[in-house]
Ligand binder design. Structure first.
Ligand SMILES: [Zn+2]
Length: 131
């Protein structure tokens, strides 16, 4: 029997294919993350799903070198806020293996790698492209 997947499950499936699921307001066209229940612009809740490539640039990040409880499997990591390249939204995710700010300069390109049940969006750093 086919199980109806919730929006959150659909977000996870989308993330596991390297993409970000967002909502587009049918009333005013504003694009938001799927975690929003009401349009931040017109307060309606009539959305359609829209998928974007999960590639973006790092806006800010917080490095945790001493992992809090529950994160002891990953040692050091960064919580990264990144702005999607092809959408006017930002998302946040988890990037393991980052120890110092030099490991992840602001403006670096990151990509959604998948969704971890414990940590949320998992990211990977893309090699810097030659200009
Ligand atoms: Zn709206």
């Amino acid at each position: 029997m086919e199980k109806h997947s919730s929006t959150h499950e659909r977000f996870i499936e989308t993330a596991n294919s390297g993409k970000i699921l967002a909502n587009k307001c049918k009333n005013c066209g504003k694009i938001m993350l799927e975690t929003m229940y009401y349009c931040s612009q017109c307060s309606r809740s009539n959305f359609e799903f829209i998928e974007f490539p999960g590639v973006g640039t790092v806006v800010t990040h917080t490095i945790q070198s001493v992992a809090p409880e529950g994160f002891d499997d990953v040692k050091s990591y960064a919580w990264v806020v990144f702005k999607l390249k092809d959408a006017p939204i930002s998302a946040s995710g988890f990037l393991p293996g980052i120890k110092t700010p030099a490991d992840l300069p602001i403006g670096s390109t990151v990509r959604v790698k998948g969704y971890d049940a414990k940590h949320g969006l998992t990211l990977e750093k893309l090699e810097k492209q030659a200009d």
